[in-house]
Design a protein around this ligand. Structure first.
Ligand code: FAD
Length: 116
C-alpha cells in the first residue's frame, strides 16, 4: 500500500461517516415499513455505541437521549440527521447547514447542475 495510506483520524472518519449516514437517509424509503423504521432506529442506536471516536460517541448518545431518532419517513430521518449533524457543527464552531437543502446535497444534487 502507498505510504500515505494511514489510519483515519477524527476528521477523515467523521467526513466518511457523515457521507454514509446522509446517504442512508437519501436512500431510505419515503414510506418505510414498521420493520424498516425499527431497523434504522436500532442501527443508529448501535452506531452511537460503536462509533470509534469515544468522546464523539458519548456526546452523540446524549444527543439521541434529548432529541430522539426520527425514522417515520425519508424526510423525517433526513431532517433529524441534519439537526444532529448541526449540533456537532455548532460544538466544533463549523457553519450551520441549511436543512432545507439536505436532499439537494445528498440525494438529488444541486439545482445549478454542479453534480451532473
Ligand atoms: P463534515 O462535518 O464532516 O461534513 C461533511 C459535509 O456534509 C460538509 O462538507 C457539508 O457538505 C455536509 N454537511 C455539513 N453539515 C451538514 C448537516 N447538518 N446536514 C447535512 N449535511 C451537512 N469531531 C470532533 O472533533 N469532535 C466530536 O465530538 C465529533 N463528533 C462527531 C459525531 C459524529 C456522529 C460524527 C459522524 C462525526 C463527529 N465528528 C466529531 C467529526 C466532525 O463532525 C467532522 O466530520 C470533521 O470535523 C470533518 O469536518 P468537515 O468540515 O470535513 O465536514
Amino acid at each position: 500500500a502507498p505510504l500515505n495510506d494511514c489510519p483515519a483520524d477524527v476528521e477523515t472518519l467523521g467526513r466518511s461517516t457523515w457521507t454514509l449516514l446522509h446517504t442512508i437517509a437519501a436512500t431510505y424509503p419515503t414510506t418505510p415499513t414498521v420493520s424498516e423504521q425499527s431497523d434504522l432506529t436500532n442501527f443508529m442506536k448501535l452506531f452511537s455505541k460503536l462509533y470509534p471516536c469515544w468522546v464523539c460517541a458519548e456526546d452523540f448518545q446524549q444527543y439521541i437521549k434529548k432529541d430522539e431518532i426520527r425514522a417515520a419517513s425519508r424526510q423525517d430521518f433526513g431532517l433529524w440527521l441534519c439537526g444532529a449533524h448541526n449540533e456537532v457543527n455548532k460544538k466544533l464552531g463549523k457553519p450551520i447547514f441549511d436543512c432545507a437543502k439536505w436532499e439537494e446535497r445528498w440525494r438529488t444534487g444541486w439545482k445549478d447542475g454542479r453534480c451532473d
